[in-house]
Design a protein around this ligand. Sequence first.
Ligand code: NAI
Length: 654
Amino acid sequence: MTVRTERHGDIARVIVDNPPVNALSTEVRQGLMDALAETDADASVRAVVLECAGRTFIAGADVREFGQPAREPHLPDVIMAIEHATKPWVAAIHGSALGGGLEIAMACGYRIAASDAKLGLPEVNLGVIPGAGATVRLPRLIPADKALDMIAGGKPISADAAEKIGLIDRQVADDLSAAAMDMAKSVASQPLPQPLIEREPIMPKDATVFEDQKFKIVTKARGQLAQTEAVQAIDNALTLGPAQALAAERDTFLRLRAGEQSTALRHIFFAERSVSKIPAAEGAKPRSLKTVGVIGGGTMGAGIAAACLLAGLGVCLIERDDAACAAASDRIRGTLEGSAKRGLLSADGLAAALRRLSVGSDYGALAEADLVIEAVFEDMDVKKTVFAELDRVTRPDAVLASNTSYLDVNEIARATADPSRVVGLHFFSPAHVMKLLELVVTDTAAPDVLATGLALGKALRKITVPAGVCDGFIGNRIMSAYRRECDYMIEDGALPAQVDSAMTAFGFPMGVFAMQDLAGLDIAWAMRKRQAATRPADQRYVEIADRLCEQGRLGRKTGKGWYDYSADKSGETDPEVTALIESESARRGITRADFTDEQIIDRILGVMQREGAMILEEGIAQSADAIDVVMVNGYGFPRWKGGPMFMAAQKQQA
Ligand code: NAI
């Protein structure tokens, strides 16, 4: 039984049991209706506790039913019915009450939650607004500005925060069931609370601040419809009658659900949950994973160390000398303190994480490491020297990984005594924040070594995407290709600011030139120099970036790059760069032509899709979905467009 009713004296316990996350399937909705009918009809029942079996309260709608015709009973009707129950219902929330789960909890007259519970309305993440009345009920339970935050932001809040704003009546540290029973007994003799839908909305304290909040949400949405519609829905809740507001919400929900953005967001949602599989590692048991060695404590090494510490692993970091060790320690400590400030780590957690860290210059300290990640300079000889040293000092069963951006991991593996234990683990910067991890599958890696790579990804709560060996793997290879295309466009007539603004209008958080300035132009410059000898003679090569680097314009860190940062920190168009670009076009005999934003985006998408198709053909990516997941999670491709390969497939279908 997905929903069962138990009796405890004159209190009924309605228990939802639909593993793994008690999703609101048709069966659960029907089960709730049956439980309601039963408890309403039974004169000996004085109050009802609604709780869930397993690890969580109802964590949302059944996403699998999303693309299908809705089946009865519809959620809005279930909620309306529970809200009008003739006995008081108490929702006992543990784990997560999300989306429809929170809507069900709001239908109950009372809510009590475990203190580690999370409550939220994450619908915007799938391109819709809540569809069962939450936009109308929530601003009748908590102030409208807080309701808007939850609905347009899509981020769950803690039980503590929920108690402060009035979303729950109280939180309990232990024995939620018993506390909920006590609450049910005490409310059984009180008058029924007024259903939310019949109450007046709670207006925000300051109307001007509220207007400002709405403006910010719409601006930040950068064209995402759901966030903008959430603002409208809250406005409706405050200005229309409840019936009208409910009807408007349902219309919007159904329209958004059938729309392009929601389809794209669902695509990427499922893709992210399906890409972390490697056929060669099927059935293999990961090796033990408690202590991670990190070589190099620069930008990436320090970030990787912090990520591992935040996941509860021990970290042994090796740098070149005392000064570099001190700098690496500072970097890691700074990162962890930042996480603590943002509430991701308690003071005790911070102290414990620092105790799990050791930093030194003696490779001998790696004798006990289970897995070692190398993040030294991007130079094959340096990396080979490091791996030779790792060969000597690590346990023979320790997994060895390189964080290289572009280099041949097969070659690195061959330089060791046992290539079966070498893989690539390509993190993204900042490594403790970015969700993506490319697991570079070498020709020689053993199945359980690959399984260990996947296990590390899981421990760090990353989305791990397997990638084959080639220059740049999946992501950097596609990025190099479209960056080259952008170079062609500026030599043909566009300017960096125009390319960047076309990209941000499309939905990228930043354009390709501003991004290069942020990351520094020198790494790619070094790579171009390295590739110069092997570059096909007939491949077009634009020299503008090389000229900039030669002038010491390496991006933000030198105050100038594609843009000038000396007067304005966000960067201004520099007439010197424009002149350089125009003179390079002239030198090549190119007559500069105008580009529209649409042409710019078409060229960028086209090259992403062509390179993606080649990557698929060569088996570098296992699926088109993998490419989309990489571009969305590592390169700022707008999530609500689903990824370049998804867009290509949609276009073909149309
Ligand atoms: P970085 O220059 O900030 O750090 C490299 C660190 O390695 C320096 O602190 C240096 O002292 C240390 N080091 C050099 N040789 C060493 C040795 N033999 N033993 C111990 N430590 C040594 O470089 P970054 O940016 O952290 O890059 C490191 C690697 O990660 C490179 O392979 C790079 O391509 C890759 N990568 C970089 C990304 C980025 O966004 N910066 C993203 C993903 C990968």
